[in-house]
Design a protein around this ligand. Structure first.
Ligand SMILES: *[C@@H]1O[C@H](CO)[C@@H](O)[C@H](O)[C@H]1NC(C)=O
Ligand SMILES: *[C@@H]1O[C@H](CO)[C@@H](O)[C@H](O)[C@H]1NC(C)=O
Ligand SMILES: *[C@@H]1O[C@H](CO)[C@@H](O)[C@H](O)[C@H]1NC(C)=O
Ligand SMILES: *[C@@H]1O[C@H](CO)[C@@H](O)[C@H](O)[C@H]1NC(C)=O
Ligand SMILES: *[C@@H]1O[C@H](CO)[C@@H](O)[C@H](O)[C@H]1NC(C)=O
Ligand SMILES: *[C@@H]1O[C@H](CO)[C@@H](O)[C@H](O)[C@H]1NC(C)=O
Ligand SMILES: *[C@@H]1O[C@H](CO)[C@@H](O)[C@H](O)[C@H]1NC(C)=O
Length: 923
């Protein structure tokens, strides 16, 4: 995990944007007629010699020619002396660094020859963890020194303190920098802008006093500097001209000090986010008359939001998200007439939302998800919210208490009420919203007929999620047009609708659609179908899979499971070469599994279980080298388990249960490396067959497994499962000893076969095992003592075999019910009622220290995806929003609400930027 260097507030983004766009400016070369000094030219050439310039950035720097016209060089128009060097690495159109154009190597002393150099920008290059040259401290004319994100390491040279003309010093985001003491800085008497982000400053306890003595500092940026105290004991801290203070990502672990109340009268921006601050919000911090940006996000602040919030009359941006604040939103919020962005999500706010909110006539974004608000929202809450575009009240008990003919003053672009209670009637005011792009109303307790305007209306909305409501309606003969449409788990019925060429994700699972599927699959479209995800599982669809797959060449996820489909799998299905997951389970499909499917080489997920294939497992299955999930349960399969199955090293879920498979369990299972080795990091691409992500959401494949004796549906947690289920077949022979190599396996079910012999002695090294079912076989011998080492084991069934001897003593093995051991007449000891002869003292011979884990079905699946994700992930988000693929990849990691909050925030910031560019957000 990288250090959290990139902050996530709007200003950062604005800065990012500014730097990205200002690059063109740097390309403008001086066009004065004076040519450069020979001495300066030689100094520059010798500077170039020290550098490693593999991207030929400095190709214009050559012996002949006017050095004032070289790339990045600026001269004084009158004298011709070199005064500025602008050598920041360039970025591409998406905002990503042109990594191959980074300069490196050694910064030569020859720079000292450039006596008039006052501006040096070497930022965003790669100096490969070398030190910042101390001779820079001798460049007395220097006013602007920018070395940020250039890979410098080591101690910040104290010689920089000699630069008494320096206005601007940016050493931010050089992750290996540190300083033991900053007292030398006090001589930087002209400093206005100081950024030491990511340098380790934790040893300098006096940093605050030192910085506050700079007479003209206006921007102080100390993000992620490992600072651990804001000196709460100081009576006052007195910056005279501070405009922006950014202390994001330190760990102060104490209350917000009182000295904040007299910090500076000129403060415009205060960022104290992600600092582990505790206690209440001191009213004093709300006294900054001209403050525009206040970010206290992601701390542990508690208590109420003070009424004095209303004093911040110029506030444009307020985020108190991710804290433990309780009580109401203070009604004084109505005084913040310039507020544009209000973010209070993930708190414990348990009072009402005041009607004065409706006075915020500049508010564009209201984001208050995951709180326990009381009461509802009515017309008054929105009276003057003309500019509101973004509304997120998800995961709150809020509801809309508005007239059915309410016409809101706003035109939203984004609305999320996930898990709110906005039903039971369909909210008719939505019909007035004609600019919506994201309509996210899953789990919102709407139990109503879809209004007559419903289908026409949503056809203009880019992304619609109304999953898990109780919306009824006959689907008329309409054309679906949303790019993303999720109507999963409702009561829609009728024939499947036609699709326009815009549709990419269509999830109509768990409704009551009926009729032949071929009508839908063979529909004519005027343009090429772009559907990537099609899930119509759990409906009442009939008939044979058609031969119309040529229309569906973009499909990545196809789920037709749990319908009444019949016939064979058509050979033409193999033309879906982009397919990553295929679910046809629980139908009446019979015949061969066509070998054409081997052409779908990206397949990672196959669930065609519970059908009637009555064939052997096809040998060509090894061609699917990316297969993660293979579920062929209850499909009438015969013959042996083919050995070449073991060549699919990516396999994690193998469910062949309830067939008529015979012969031995292949010992080559040990070659399935995904069950042997832990996941390498950064595996998100690998899981694309399990999940498809898009803006503000994703589609998960789901899968029924029987990990511990009963059926469980897996969705987003599927990626953490590793299971072999061969139960209820006719397998014979012994359990191969090699199986113990599968140290990542969590669930092993070999029950109801004809297996003989012993349990492998070293089964105890399969450390991840949570469940073992070997019941109803002919296994014999003693239960290996090593089983007591299986500390995650919480399901065990050894019943109805021929085991003998004592059940090994451990806290674990005795904790299971006796029925898990019965049917083994020669087995004795607890928990069975029959004791062993001769008895032994149970207080001795305890071997295991293992402790039983709580039987929560998914808890351990989340292990290894720590909370730290949310923090670490900012370490790479710098360019994230510029690239769709990246953005979507990050939705894959989301597994708690806080992560969700951060990921959606990236998109939101992107959205804000677009507003900014179109003049919607004034600064
Ligand atoms: C440069 O010199 C040319 C000819 O000597 C003159 O016409 C032009 O105006 C000069 N440009 C500048 C920027 O001084
Ligand atoms: C130098 O000349 C350039 C281009 O003519 C001009 O933009 C810039 O302002 C001049 N700088 C000074 C210091 O006169
Ligand atoms: C960076 O430094 C390391 C170790 O000092 C060296 O092995 C590596 O080659 C250097 N890389 C570059 C690009 O100079
Ligand atoms: C803060 O600085 C101002 C201006 O320099 C000065 O007048 C005032 O006394 C200082 N206050 C404290 C508490 O140091
Ligand atoms: C809100 O929560 C706080 C802190 O948990 C509690 O003290 C207070 O009684 C709650 N207020 C209401 C109205 O439920
Ligand atoms: C379909 O969606 C596109 C863009 O998403 C939109 O321009 C078009 O008007 C929509 N068509 C209909 C019939 O709603
Ligand atoms: C139990 O422990 C005793 C001594 O601690 C040892 O002699 C005996 O062999 C052990 N029995 C078993 C079954 O491990």
């Amino acid at each position: 995990m990288g250090a959290p260097f990139a902050t996530h507030h709007v200003l950062f983004v604005l800065w990012f944007l500014a730097t990205t766009f200002s690059l063109n400016f740097f390309k403008v070369e001086s066009n004065s007629n004076v040519s450069c000094y020979e001495k300066d030219k030689q100094a520059l050439l010798s500077f170039k010699q020290g550098l490693v310039d593999s991207g030929n950035v400095l190709s214009s720097w050559s012996d002949h020619g006017d050095c004032c016209r070289w790339h990045g060089v600026r001269c004084n128009n009158n004298t011709g002396q070199v005064t500025e060097l602008h050598l920041r690495c360039s970025r591409d159109g998406d905002g990503f660094l042109n990594y191959e154009k980074r300069l490196g190597g050694v910064i030569s002393h020859s720079l000292l020859e450039l006596e008039h150099l006052n501006y040096l920008d070497l930022s965003e290059n790669e100096f490969n963890c070398t030190g910042i040259p101390s001779f820079l401290g001798s460049m007395g004319s220097m006013r602007h020194l920018d070395l940020h994100e250039a890979g410098f390491c080591g101690v910040i040279p104290y010689q920089l303190g000699n630069l008494s003309s320096l206005h601007y010093l940016n050493l931010g985001r050089n992750f290996g920098l540190y300083a033991d003491n900053l007292h030398w800085m006090s001589s930087l008497s002209s400093i206005q802008y100081l950024d030491l982000s990511s340098a380790d400053l934790h040893r300098e306890v006096d940093w605050l006093q030192i910085m506050s003595e700079f007479p003209s500092i206006s921007n102080l940026i100390l993000k992620s500097c490992h600072l651990d105290s804001l000196n709460p004991s100081l009576a006052s801290v007195n910056f005279t001209s501070l405009r922006s203070l950014d202390l994001y990502g330190n760990h102060f672990n104490h209350e917000i000090p009182n000295w904040f109340s007299n910090l500076s009268t000129s403060l415009l921006e205060l960022f104290l986010n992600e600092n582990s601050l505790i206690g209440g919000i001191p009213p004093g911090i709300l006294n900054f008359q001209i403050l525009e940006y206040l970010d206290l996000e992601d701390n542990s602040l508690s208590g109420k939001i003070p009424e004095s919030l209303g004093h911040l009359k110029h506030l444009k941006y307020l985020s108190l998200s991710i804290n433990s604040l309780s009580g109401p939103i203070p009604s004084s919020i109505g005084n913040l007439s310039e507020l544009q962005i209000l973010s209070l999500g993930i708190n414990k706010l348990n009072g009402t939302v005041p009607k004065s909110l409706g006075l915020l006539s500049n508010l564009m974004s209201l984001e208050i998800p995951i709180n326990n608000f009381k009461g509802g929202l009515d017309e008054a809450h929105f009276t003057k919210l003309w500019k509101l575009k973004y509304l997120d009240i998800s995961y709150t008990p809020l509801f809309f208490n508005v007239n059915s003919n309410w016409v809101p003053p706003f035109q939203l672009e984004y609305v999320s009420t996930s898990s709110c209670n906005i039903g039971p009637n369909f909210p008719t005011w939505l019909h007035t919203q004609t600019s919506l792009q994201f309509l996210l109303l899953p789990l919102s307790r709407i139990s109503d007929k879809a209004p007559s305007w419903f289908w026409d209306w949503i056809s203009n909305i880019y992304s619609v999620d109304l999953s898990n409501n109780h919306i009824e309606g006959d689907v008329p003969d309409i054309l679906l047009n949303s790019t993303i449409l999720k109507l999963r788990s409702n009561h829609f019925k009728g024939r499947l609708p036609r699709l326009s060429a815009n549709v990419e994700v269509l999830d109509l699972a768990h409704n009551s659609f009926f009729g032949p599927i071929s009508t839908f699959l063979c529909q004519k479209m005027n343009k090429k179908n772009k559907v990537k995800v099609l899930d119509v599982s759990n409906n009442f669809l009939l008939g044979e899979l058609s031969n119309c797959w040529r229309y569906w060449q973009s499909l990545i996820h196809l789920n037709l499971g749990a319908n009444n489909l019949s016939g064979r799998i058509p050979y033409s299905l193999g033309s879906l070469v982009e397919l990553k997951s295929l679910s046809l389970q629980n139908n009446n499909i019979y015949g061969d599994i066509p070998s054409s499917l081997k052409r779908c080489s990206k397949l990672g997920f196959i669930d065609i279980g519970v059908n009637n294939f009555s064939r052997t497992i096809p040998f060509w299955i090894t061609k699917l080298t990316q297969l993660i999930v293979l579920r062929l349960r209850s499909s009438g399969l015969r013959g042996n388990i083919p050995l070449n199955l073991c060549q699919i090293s990516s396999l994690r879920i193998l469910d062949l249960a309830n067939n008529s498979l015979s012969g031995p369990i292949p010992s080559c299972f040990k070659n399935i490396s995904a069950m042997v080795m832990p996941d390498p990091e950064n595996q998100d691409v690998y899981f694309e067959s399990l999940e498809y992500s898009f803006d503000y959401g994703s589609y998960f494949e789901n899968l029924m497994l029987i990990p511990k004796g009963h059926e469980l549906q897996y969705e987003d947690n599927l990626k953490f499962v590793r299971i072999i289920d061969l139960s209820s077949n006719k397998l014979s022979g012994s359990i191969p000893v090699e199986i113990s190599v599968l140290s990542e396996l969590r669930f092993l079910n070999l029950s109801r076969n004809h297996l003989m012999g012993n349990i492998p002695e070293n089964i105890g090294i399969m450390k991840e095992l949570e469940s073992i079912d070997l019941s109803r076989n002919h296994l014999s011998g003693e239960i290996p003592p090593s089983m007591s080492n299986l500390s995650f084991l919480n399901y065990l069934d050894l019943s109805y075999n021929n085991f003998s001897g004592r059940i090994p003593l451990s806290t674990q093995l005795q904790s299971f019910d006796a029925v898990r051991y019965i049917g083994n007449p020669q087995l004795c000891g607890a928990p069975l009622p029959n004791g062993c002869t001769p008895p032994i003292g149970e207080s001795h011979n305890r071997t295991s220290t293992g402790k039983k884990k709580e039987d929560s079905e998914s808890s351990s699946f989340y292990m290894g995806m720590g909370v730290g994700f949310a923090v670490g992930f900012w370490g790479v988000c710098g360019g994230l929003f510029w690239n769709r693929t990246w953005r979507h990849a990050y939705f894959k990691f989301v597994n708690d609400k806080k992560d969700w909050f951060y990921v959606t925030k990236i998109l939101k910031v992107k959205w804000l930027l677009e507003k900014l560019r179109s003049g919607g957000l004034s600064k």
